[in-house]
Design a protein around this ligand. Structure first.
Ligand code: IMP
Length: 423
């Protein structure tokens, strides 16, 4: 059985949590492969909204097993809070949630280092979620990190101490004022580790290999979006992991020839949270309408998201880099009411028309070139089948399919599980 992937194609917040939740009935295992608690995957059903950060979005389905893969970075304190929030649902967490021994741990001092690094950058700051993601991946690639499997060794506290001491020296190197009480932070950290150690740790690459061999259906769940990929995103305004399809191979230990469908998710418009270039960003009433109707606030930080028209140049790039085989268009309902919709189909790059993403997409280099389409007025949120969708929305969908050369299989018309139209 091949492993299917589900990835965000823009700057994150496309709605991966909702779609994984919707698709989980088709899968036996949901496996997160990168990122950490910088993610906020929102799921809504039975009138309740749930936000997951590290735990895979299949957790609410009785039959699905959820795996946190080796490519993920875990903050035990946030993880414990997520587990606490799940307690009222009586899920058998020990049986439903396994963690890779090779996943790295976010220490309290990683979070402090993140804050110090951002503060030292001043106006050039990345706009990080300040969850310690960058410093943790730096320790991973620098071969200094602590892994979940280390917690099973008797000397893990010494390892922790030596790394935390090093971090404290590094924090003092930054010439910024970061106030903290490490003893307090460590108390929470050690308490949370005690709870984390109650869970099942596995060698996830071996587990997934055997699961695949025995015919289990596996869905790899991405976090953030392709344009935040450490290699292919809008560097340096990116996250610190590979958010693109290749990240599923390294973040789970799945061989490239074992990848099946690549499901790419995008919003019918574009959003971005944090700093960095965004060619189709709107600073007018249209952008405000998207933000208001789409409730565009970060699920992890609560920060307002920047909004703009759909950027097809960037979307095509993501489709190619990931080898997307199926598309899912989210938040079509948010665009209801616009007379005219704009789609960026090319860039004016230093006076020349181009249709690919150049090295540098800062506003001084790139101006979007738009095609216009007629909008739709209908309220989509109660629609349940493709034949109910207005003709102008169908024209929008068909235009995108033609440009991207990939079918749009799902159109989402609201945040709830049920507001999902399959085509
Ligand atoms: P970090 O990964 O928290 O350091 O953040 C780096 C950049 O990625 C910042 O611009 C964040 O706003 C952005 N980012 C990180 N995680 C997410 C996410 O899950 N959704 C959207 N943006 C994210």
């Amino acid at each position: 059985m091949a492993v299917d992937l589900l990835l965000g194609l823009q700057w994150g917040d496309e709605g991966k949590g909702k779609i994984v939740d919707v698709l989980t009935t088709d899968y036996d295992i949901i496996a997160r492969f990168q990122g950490g608690p910088n993610a906020g995957h929102t799921l809504e059903f039975d009138g309740i909204k749930h936000v997951l950060h590290t735990i895979p979005s299949g957790i609410f389905h009785k039959s699905a097993l959820n795996i946190v893969g080796n490519g993920v970075v875990i903050d035990p304190v946030i993880f414990k809070k997520e587990l606490d929030a799940l307690k009222k649902f009586n899920l058998d967490i020990k049986a439903k949630l396994f963690i890779s021994r090779k996943a790295h741990l976010i220490l309290p001092t990683h979070r402090l280092l993140d804050a110090a690094s951002e503060a030292s950058k001043g106006k050039a700051k990345i706009g990080s979620t300040l969850k310690g993601i960058g410093p943790t991946y730096m320790d991973k690639t620098g071969r200094n990190g602590m892994r979940i499997g280390d917690l099973e060794m008797s000397d893990w506290k010494e390892k922790y101490r030596s790394l935390a001491n090093k971090h404290e020296a590094m924090i003092s190197f930054y010439d910024v004022d970061i106030q903290y009480d490490l003893a307090e932070l460590e108390k929470d950290f050690f308490d949370s580790i005690t709870e984390l150690k109650e869970l099942t740790f596995i060698d996830s690459e071996e587990y997934l290999y055997q699961a695949q061999k025995s015919g289990k259906k596996i869905l790899a769940e991405g976090a953030q979006g392709s344009l935040l990929d450490i290699d292919f995103g809008t560097y340096p305004f990116v996250t610190s992991s590979n958010t693109t399809a290749a990240g599923a191979c390294t973040g789970l230990g799945v061989a490239p020839n074992q990848i099946g469908e690549v499901k790419g998710i995008f919003k019918a418009y574009t959003t971005r949270v944090g700093s960095g270039p965004f060619p189709t960003e709107l600073f007018d009433e249209d952008g405000e309408t998207m933000a208001r109707v789409g409730n565009e606030f970060g699920a992890t930080t609560g920060r307002p998201r920047r909004c703009g028209w759909l950027d097809l140049v960037a979307l095509k790039y993501a489709v190619i880099i990931n080898g997307v085989t199926e598309l899912m268009m989210m938040k079509a309902d948010v665009l209801s009411g616009f007379d005219t919709l704009k789609i960026c189909t090319a860039y004016n790059y230093k006076g020349e028309k181009i249709e690919h993403l150049p090295f540098n997409i800062e506003a001084e280099n790139v101006t979007p070139i738009y095609s216009e389409m007629k909008g739709w007025k209908e309220d989509l949120t109660k629609m349940s089948s493709a034949d109910q969708l207005p003709a102008t929305l169908m024209a929008y969908i068909e235009f995108l399919e033609k440009e991207l050369e990939v079918p749009i299989k799902i159109v989402s018309v609201g945040p709830d599980r049920t507001q999902t139209i399959h085509r």
